[in-house]
Ligand binder design. Structure first.
Ligand code: ARG
Length: 585
């Protein structure tokens, strides 16, 4: 559905065109002086410059043409050449009535027929989750939902880190503790046990202890390296043990991601593409794009126009080992074969930006994806504690997602003191609100920036927070419930009767633009900004207009319709951000 702003731009463009000017001067934007007008067009200034004419005269001529257009209530030229515009209340109401009947807030589905792989989550198996993984999960989930909303077939892949030294460390530690297990017996011929020899609780102790030990115990560290190598070369016992680590870890990770309302279509990991690497490197070799560099093999990816140094992409170390980039290249090969996606989108800490730059360039040089395939990386900043250092839980240890979620839930629960919800519903609701607090707290910041995890602020029911947004939606639902109970129904939206109503209506006409813009820029913070403004405008409207007491039935029904549309927009946006709205709170 064409947005109201586009319709206005089209009308303006036509007016410029009719006067002999380039239609491109007709671009209309929301006013940056809302006290003077709702929208503005500044094209007359540029047109005047190009044609050596007086900008005010051009603005006046354009404004005069627009005055005849039923889209506008006001079209006025002001010094030095601005065109100030107000939308006609009737046009705004008509537009919203069409929008209310349209699907998905009238968003143009630019992704239909296309597939995207969104690579996010990225937890490392057997290692504890860290704060960075939390951000990847939260931001990635929102971006994936945006893609899906735009009509893409969106495939989220958790892409676990499951192929590194941590596996060797765990294997050696298990061997020291339980040397009698068949995994370590090279003569063993039977079937390996189906049951893992450890629980997730054990694993959580095994890895940190082994990792610490490797730092001081050189022999142990060397054994872990050898074990990793042996695993990667296909040792059956180590392979069986590895699968236990993987399964136990995955089950726990799934639980954690579920609690975060983060869901993946694919549970692949680095280990899955190891069988593809040898052939891929043979292909690179045949193409003549591999270079020897101190015994290692690299692809040169620097370009003459580079302003900073882009080191060669290292695909094989001198000892034969593969690297992070090798795995990522092989994963691109696999994704191309499986889905032929039009885009692959990665979400990681911004410190990995150079890695992805190298991998993307190498992928282009090697031609492993068609030229038109978009490869993008979104690098996010750090979630810091109030001390400005990377966030740690209260006990100072690494992040335990369960504890973090509990902390947020408790903070929200405290603030729900006066609610009369039954205890079990109160608990569940606190959980929903807590998730919104955490996710909104993260997503309302521009992703590349660092931000401070401020539990006080995030869990507040006032201000630019998740709980405030939910509170607004719940309030609307409760009003709509009351209307229903009094037999009042929704009707077509009416031309706005006052400024508060007009502002709310205009904001709603911009819903699809906000989603399209957030998608284009991969910027969930723009979704947050939109619903924060929407919530504030709703509050203003509701303060000044007494729906239940209104006697003019058409007007009252129109207001109920307006509330329904506002609620609908909030539901869509919250879902795109990755959290749900409770029925009551
Ligand atoms: N496991 C990696 C880490 O912890 C993140 C993986 C990101 N995805 C990728 N395809 N490299 O840093």
């Amino acid at each position: 559905m064409t947005s109201l702003q586009t319709l206005m731009s089209d009308a303006c463009a036509e007016a410029f065109g009719a006067l002999g000017f380039d239609a491109a001067y007709g671009k209309v934007n929301p006013s940056n002086r809302p006290d003077l007008c709702e929208y503005q067009c500044n094209g007359a200034m540029a047109a005047a410059k190009a044609a050596h004419k007086n900008p005010l005269e051009i603005a006046e001529a354009v404004a005069e043409k627009l005055q005849a257009n039923p889209l506008f209530d006001k079209a006025e030229a002001v010094r030095p050449g601005f065109i100030n515009l107000n939308v006609s209340p009737l046009a705004a109401a008509d537009h919203l009535n069409r929008l209310a009947a349209a699907e998905d807030l009238g968003v143009e589905k630019s992704g239909e027929g296309k597939t995207v792989v969104v690579d996010y989550g990225g937890a490392n198996v057997a290692k504890p989750l860290h704060v960075g993984h939390l951000r990847s999960a939260i931001i990635g989930e929102s971006i994936k939902r945006l893609y899906a909303f735009m009509g893409y077939e969106a495939i989220g892949d958790v892409h676990l880190g499951d192929w590194g030294l941590q596996m060797g460390l765990v294997i050696e530690a298990v061997k020291d503790a339980q040397p009698e297990l068949p995994y370590f017996d090279p003569q063993f011929q039977g079937e390996y046990p189906a049951e893992a020899p450890f629980t997730i609780g054990d694993l959580e102790e095994i890895y940190p202890a082994a990792s610490a030990r490797a730092k001081t115990d050189e022999a142990f560290s060397e054994r872990a390296h050898q074990a990793t190598l042996k695993l990667q070369q296909g040792d059956p016992g180590y392979g069986a043990l590895f699968r236990h680590v993987l399964n136990v870890s995955k089950a726990d990770l799934k639980k954690n991601y579920d609690a975060l309302q983060v869901h993946f279509e694919l549970w692949k990991g680095e280990s899955d593409v190891q069988p593809l690497i040898a052939d891929m490197l043979k292909d690179f070799e045949a193409q003549g794009i591999l270079e020897e560099s101190e015994g290692a093999r690299v692809i040169q990816v620097a370009r003459p126009e580079d302003t900073k140094e882009v080191p060669p992409c290292l695909v094989q170390k001198s000892d034969g080992a593969y690297l992070y980039a090798t795995t990522d290249l092989a994963t691109i090969v696999e994704r191309e074969a499986m889905y032929h996606p039009s885009e692959i989108f990665y979400i990681t800490d911004k410190r990995q930006s150079m890695h992805f730059e190298q991998v993307f360039r190498a992928a282009r040089i090697a031609g492993i994806v068609p030229e038109e395939t978009v490869l993008s990386h979104l690098g996010y900043g750090t979630m810091n504690g109030k001390d400005g250092k990377p966030f740690k839980t209260r006990d100072g240890g690494v992040l335990r997602l369960e504890y973090l979620l509990k902390e947020v839930r408790d903070a929200v629960y405290e603030r729900m003191a006066e609610t009369d919800l039954p205890e079990d519903e109160k608990q569940r609701t606190a959980e929903l609100i807590g998730l919104a607090a955490l996710k909104y707290g993260d997503l309302s910041n521009q992703a590349v920036k660092d931000y401070i995890f401020d539990l006080e602020r995030f869990s507040s029911f006032e201000g630019n927070t998740g709980p405030y947004i939910l509170y607004t939606a719940v309030r609307i639902r409760s009003i709509l419930r009351k209307c229903r109970e009094s037999g009042m129904t929704a009707g077509p939206l009416q031309p706005a009767a006052n400024a508060g109503e007009k502002d709310l209506q205009l904001q709603l006409t911009r819903a699809s633009q906000a989603i399209e813009e957030a998608f284009r820029e991969k910027a969930p913070h723009k979704l947050c900004q939109y619903i924060y403004d929407l919530s504030n405008l709703f509050s203003g409207f509701y303060r000044d207009n007494h729906i239940l007491k209104e006697e003019d039935v058409a007007r009252r029904s129109g207001w109920i319709g307006l509330l329904e549309l506002t609620e609908k927009a909030l539901v869509v946006f919250c879902d795109l951000l990755g959290f749900d709205i409770p029925e009551r709170m």
